[in-house]
Design a protein around this ligand. Structure first.
Ligand code: T4K
Length: 376
């Protein structure tokens, strides 16, 4: 089996035609306005308001700071129930707000927070649930809303992976009290770096605007200890230009996902999450598969290493579990995280990006099939 001539990475940012971006750059040059709530950002925010059908939108320089500010602005404190199967930024945002993360196990099918296990973790100090629509798969929205309502907890979603996802015809950003989206270059949709909050309580608009700009109310008044988390004009321009490509991007990603699923799900030891339910418009942002060692013939880690020899650089999102990182290892666990552990040990995310050629997807599948046949 031949290896690829060039490395195939897990993702590659989608870029608009060069001329399209340059048209917008001309405006920025003419304005000589680069950041601090410039005209391009203000226009982009209006476009997003229309897309999300809400006025409650705030833009940030990245998703991590957006989430940190969300927690600060909503006054979340004490303990927050969250998932260990996510990118480190989810838990770091709690840490920066001096909040204790209480880790709950995940569901085996969608890898999202398991609502059946949440309630037992609630204590008098619990103030919120921070769940993650990991890989863009929605959490159990109704069950989590019910728990949050009954226990008077704030329900926050890390929707970093879920831009473009719709549930019951509504954007996923409409569920829970607040959602954070990441527009990092590696995401399905991006603004080079960037982040966004959507939320229910319109009073938060003002608070978040203060917090992302040092707490300034006017030139001489600072009303809260804010930070600098503003999105700049170049980021806003990229986000605005790419918004027009969103549906095309999702279509391309869906096609890639479908080919992988058709080709690989027949191989023993490789499994995919169940197909999205009828009420869900999924964004196919990632292609996570589980590799079960006995049936496949080698472990996920061995396959990950083997694939590198063919110039295929998959990723093990999200391994290790957050609870295994040095900075969180000492946190006491209230329950076993068996499903999260298994998923973290078996998960492999396969390359997916808009210009990944069909023949290359088939070649990646051929290589995986070949490795399986050779070792099994
Ligand atoms: N919550 C969740 C659940 C998240 O997943 C994330 C971020 C956040 C919160 C925080 O949001 P941000 O503050 O980032 O907005 C990447 C991203 O940096 C990170 O945004 C993302 N999650 C995470 C899942 O993935 P790495 O360390 O895997 O990135 P890196 O640099 O290894 O890139 C992955 C591959 O992409 C590379 O192998 C090559 C390719 N690549 C990357 C970049 C940056 C390119 O081809 N071009 C590029 O410009 O974290």
């Amino acid at each position: 089996m031949e290896k690829f001539d060039q490395p195939i990475f897990v993702t590659k940012p989608f870029l608009p035609p060069f001329e399209k971006f340059c048209e917008g750059l001309r405006e920025i040059w003419d304005n000589q306005w680069l950041t601090n709530n410039g005209p391009v950002l203000r226009r982009y925010r209006e476009e997003l308001k229309t897309y999300f059908a809400t006025d409650n939108i705030c833009l940030f320089t990245n998703g991590t700071l957006a989430l940190q500010i969300a927690l600060q602005g909503m006054g979340i404190s004490g303990e927050v129930i969250t998932t260990p199967f996510t990118f480190v930024a989810t838990t770091h945002a709690l840490y920066w707000n001096k909040i204790r993360p209480v880790f709950c196990d995940i569901e085996p099918e969608t890898f999202t927070l398991d609502p059946k296990k949440v309630e037992a973790l609630i204590t008098p100090w619990t103030t919120a649930i921070l769940a993650v629509h990991v890989f863009g798969r929605p959490c159990k929205l109704d069950a989590l809303a019910d728990i949050a309502h009954r226990h008077k907890l704030t329900l926050i979603y890390d929707a970093a992976h879920a831009f473009g996802v719709q549930v019951n015809g509504k954007s996923i950003g409409h569920y829970g009290d607040l959602s954070m989206f990441s527009f990092h270059a590696t995401k399905l949709y991006h603004s080079i770096e960037g982040g966004m909050l959507t939320f229910k309580d319109s009073k938060l608009n003002q608070i978040f605007s203060y917090l992302k700009n040092f707490g300034f109310k006017s030139e001489t008044e600072v009303v809260m200890p804010g930070t600098n988390a503003k999105m700049n004009e170049m980021q806003a321009l990229m986000g605005s230009v790419l918004l027009k490509y969103l549906n095309t991007l999702i279509e391309k990603k869906k096609n890639i996902y479908t080919i992988y699923k058709e080709r690989l799900s027949a191989i023993p030891g490789i499994s995919f999450s169940p197909d999205p339910a009828a009420n869900l418009e999924y964004n196919y942002a990632y292609v996570p598969v589980l590799i079960e060692k006995t049936a496949f013939g080698m472990s996920r880690d061995e396959l990950y290493e083997q694939l590198k020899k063919y110039n295929v650089f998959t990723r093990r999102y999200f391994y290790p579990l957050l609870t295994d990182f040095a900075c969180y290892q000492s946190l006491a666990l209230s329950i076993l995280l068996d499903t999260a552990k298994t998923v973290a040990e078996q998960v492999l995310t396969l390359p997916t990006y808009a210009d990944l050629a069909e023949q290359d997807i088939h070649k990646i599948c051929d290589i995986i099939e070949w490795i399986h046949n050779k070792f099994c």
